[in-house]
Each structure stands twice: as C-alpha cells, then as structure tokens.
Design a protein around this ligand. Structure first.
Ligand code: NAD
Length: 447
C-alpha cells in the first residue's frame, strides 16, 4: 500500500488547488483523477462557458457597432459556430496545460478511486492511504424524472454542439440555464426559458433577479416563470416541451432542449459501503469538512474530508477551493462566498438577500444606485442594471450586496472584502474610488 501525507480524489478546483497548496507546504501529495485535470470548472463549466460568453459579447458589440460610431459594417454579426467552439476548446486546453504545470510536485494517478475501507482507496490496481484523505469528486448534471427527459441535452452536451439550433427551450432559469440563454440568444438562437419558480434565479435577491429578467426579455429571450415542465416529446423535426403554468397545460415546440435543473453529487464507489453518511444525497460533513461516518464504522487512522460540490454546502468552484484551504489550516470565512451569473448584463451577490434579512427579523437599511447614473457605464453604453446594498441598522455592518450590471462579478469583490473584514458598510462610502469607474456605483448606493 502506498502512503502519503495527503491523498486527494478529484482534480477539479477543489482537489487540484488543494494539491498544489499542499505540495507548496512540503507535504507529499497524491492526486487521483479518472478524467481530465481541472474537473467540471475547467472542462465543462466555468471556463468553456466564459469563453462562449466572450464570443457572445463580441457578437452583441458588432450588432451595436454603429451606435459607437463604427460604420462600414452592416451590424449583422455572422457567427462561425465552429470557430467559436474551436476558440473555447483552445482556451480550455491552454488552461489545462497550466494546471498540469502547477501540479508538477504532485503524484498524479490516472484512474478511478474506489474506497475499500474508510481510509484505503484503490485506483489502477494499487491501494493508497494518507494522513489526510480529501474527497473532491464534484457533481454531474441532474435530470428531471419526466417522460422524454433523455431527449434534452445536458450542460455537458451543449458544450460539444456542432451546429447552432434555430430554437432552444431551456428547462430551469437558474445559473446554468440563464448563462446559456444569454449566450445562445446573442448567437441568434430563438430562446425560451421555462422556470418552475415565480422568479428566475431563486437564490438571488428578488429585485435584482427581476431586473435581470427584464433585461433578458428586452434582448428577445422569452422567459416563462411559474412553469412546471412535465414532458418532452419528439415531434419531427423538433421537440415539444409540455408544461403547466397557472393551472393551464401549455406547450412549446423547438429544435433543441437544454435541461439545467441542478446538479447531483458524484460519490466515489465503495464510500457509502465503508460507512459514510449521506444527507440529501450529498456527503455529510461538519463545519471543518470532516466526513461523517455511521456509528460502528471501523476506526480509521486517516482524517477524511469532503470538499466542493460533493458535500452540497455551496456548489461553486471558489467555495470548493476555499474549503480545501480550510482543511489545510488556512483561515477562510466560508459564510461569505460571492456568486455570479455571467449573463449580459452580469449579476452577482454576496451575503443575505433582503427577503432573508426580513425573515431573520433584522433591522435593515437598503441603498440603491443605477448604472444609468454612472459616468463610466454611460460611456461604455452599458447602463442596464443596479446596485443594492443592505446594511444592519443596529451594527452598521454590511449584510449583503446585490448587483445586476456591467462587470457585476468583479464589482461584488469589494463588498465581499468589507464583509470578510467585518468593516462597517460605510467603509465602502469612505474609501475614495477612482473616477470614472463602475465601482462608483457602489458608493452611489449610499447617497
Ligand atoms: P440551479 O439550482 O441554479 O437552477 C435550477 C433551476 O431549475 C431552478 O431555478 C429551479 O427552480 C428550476 N427547475 C427545477 N425543476 C424544474 C421544472 N420541472 N421545470 C422548470 N424549472 C425547474 O441549477 P443549475 O443552474 O443547473 O446550476 C447547478 C449548480 O451549479 C448551481 O449550484 C450553481 O450555483 C452552479 N453553477 C454556478 C455557476 C456560476 O457561479 N456562474 C455556473 C454554473 C453552475
């Protein structure tokens, strides 16, 4: 049996980043991976979709070129989808090579890791153990148990499309559904989003989600909320999606369907049999990411942890990385994790929504600003959107920041830093921001 200080299963942003940090601290690290280095984020998630988002932005810019005084174009971008996908693949492979370089001090085992006891993992015919074992096996797209479910593409499959459909129905108006809706619509696809809840992006602040819905609708995306999808049927040459909305049976017929209704954890083989406890299908962990075992599980000399999507605490790449850093003893505030949606315009949030604050009975003060009143946004021609700041009236602390607008994902980092440092919300107002910048929209939310 081979032994190391740290054994990690899964080379996504949770696993590979932790492996790199561990090796940098002088630990002997073994990393088991059955697929490509980089996991979902790099190969089938954050990165390829961001490459597509950038192509979509360029298409939208070309379509509006004359508004910026750039003439001699007919403002009709021709999307060479093969070239768009080739650029996406190039971005991914470049970054994958970077990950391989970062992992040069780590022993990488290519194969599927399978638990044969609580502290022994078999891969490629060899058995491994370690002082600390970290499970970072991530998640996979989940599908609705409805008739015809198999006719829909998953978010993995849509990334290898060879031609653009004329029309696309997207089941689920969450993060993945809306990112693809934004991209595909910019490429000229007729997009319909079917969302079960009364508003898109259920975990986001309702005011910001509504703002995004209005912006996407203005760009020609059809968004139907309060829609429970019940079946998909082949209806040559297309697919008919049936749904119930406000007590009525409705249908839409499209060329392709994307299913984006959440993700399910990928549990390593043998782990449940070895005694690991599942909670709603995810691996149950405590606040320090230590795996929870059934009573009577054979004692184990290894400390076993689960980080990232597989524990279901927060299904975001940077949350997985931060959880891994916590396991290595770094001080991270895992309660303050910003999240972003890379639509046009972008949306981002950190902390509590207004409804969450009200449900907790907190005394809050809200402040708002619009990008229409921000000099840089007006100059950029990207005035759609708003900033909403929520602070605690009693303590003055920042409780939440919600942004819909240009570069929202970058802007929210300032609020996340203030919250992590435990500074009063007013410290954003006090700090002098360069002019003209989008960041001034945050200070404007205080006036
Ligand atoms: P999600 O949970 O964000 O959204 C799924 C949506 O599907 C929900 O709004 C839900 O109400 C809806 N839905 C469920 N059943 C339905 C039905 N029968 N009919 C219509 N709508 C239905 O899931 P996702 O968008 O698939 O994303 C999965 C995970 O990946 C999330 O945790 C997300 O945070 C993460 N992710 C994050 C990013 C990012 O941060 N930019 C990008 C991609 C994925």
């Amino acid at each position: 049996m081979k032994s190391s200080d740290l054994l990690i299963i899964g080379a996504g942003p949770g696993g590979y980043e932790t492996a790199v940090h561990g090796a940098a601290r002088g630990l002997s690290v073994t990393l088991i991976e059955k697929g490509e280095l980089g996991g979902t984020c790099l190969n089938r998630g954050c990165i390829p979709t961001k490459a597509l988002c950038r192509s979509a932005e360029v298409a939208l810019t070309v379509a509006e070129a004359s508004e910026f005084g750039i003439v001699n174009t007919d403002n009709t971008p021709q999307v060479d989808f093969e070239a768009v996908m080739a650029r996406k693949d190039k971005v991914v492979s470049e970054l994958r090579e970077g990950v391989a370089t970062l992992l040069s001090g780590v022993s990488i085992i290519r194969g599927e890791g399978r638990f044969i006891s609580p502290c022994e993992v078999e891969a490629g015919g060899e058995t491994y153990t370690a002082g600390r074992i970290i499970i970072a096996t991530g998640s996979a797209p989940s599908a609705l148990g409805i008739p015809g479910s198999e006719l829909a593409m998953t978010s993995d499959e849509i990334l290898s499309l060879d031609k653009l459909p004329h029309s696309l129905a997207i089941i689920g108006g969450g993060v993945i559904g809306l990112e693809f809706a934004s991209v595909m619509s910019a490429f000229g696809v007729d997009v319909t989003v079917l969302e079960y809840c009364k508003e898109i992006l259920p975990p986001f602040d309702a005011e910001v989600a509504k703002r995004l819905r209005m912006s996407l609708k203005k760009r020609g995306i059809s968004i139907i909320t309060d829609a429970l999808v019940t079946s998909i049927e082949r209806n040559e040459p297309g697919l008919t999606v049936s749904y119930e909305s406000k007590g009525k049976e409705k249908q839409t017929t499209v060329e392709s369907v994307l299913m984006a209704v959440g993700r399910r954890p990928v549990i390593p083989k043998g782990l449940v049999e070895a005694g690991a406890i599942l909670d709603r299908g995810f691996l149950k962990v405590d606040d320090s990411m230590r795996l929870q075992w059934n009573e009577g599980t054979a004692p184990c000399s290894s400390e076993v942890y689960a980080i990232g999507d597989v524990n279901g605490k927060c299904m975001l790449a940077h949350a997985a990385t931060a959880q891994g850093e916590t396991v290595l003893g770094e001080d991270r505030n895992l309660d303050i994790i910003p999240s972003a949606v890379f639509t046009v315009p972008e949306c981002a949030m950190v902390g509590l929504t207004e409804n969450q604050c009200l449900a907790l009975g907190l005394n809050i003060k809200t402040g708002r600003s619009t990008f229409r009143a921000n000099g840089k946004a007006v100059a950029m021609g990207e005035t759609d959107g708003m900033v909403k700041i929520i602070s605690d009236t009693d303590s003055g602390l920042l409780l939440g920041c919600h942004i819909c607008g240009p570069h929202a994902a970058d802007l929210v980092a300032e609020a996340a830093s203030v919250m992590t440092a435990g500074l009063p919300a007013s410290s954003i107002r006090k700090a002098i921001h360069a002019h003209p910048t989008l960041s001034e929209a945050l200070i404007a939310a205080f006036s």
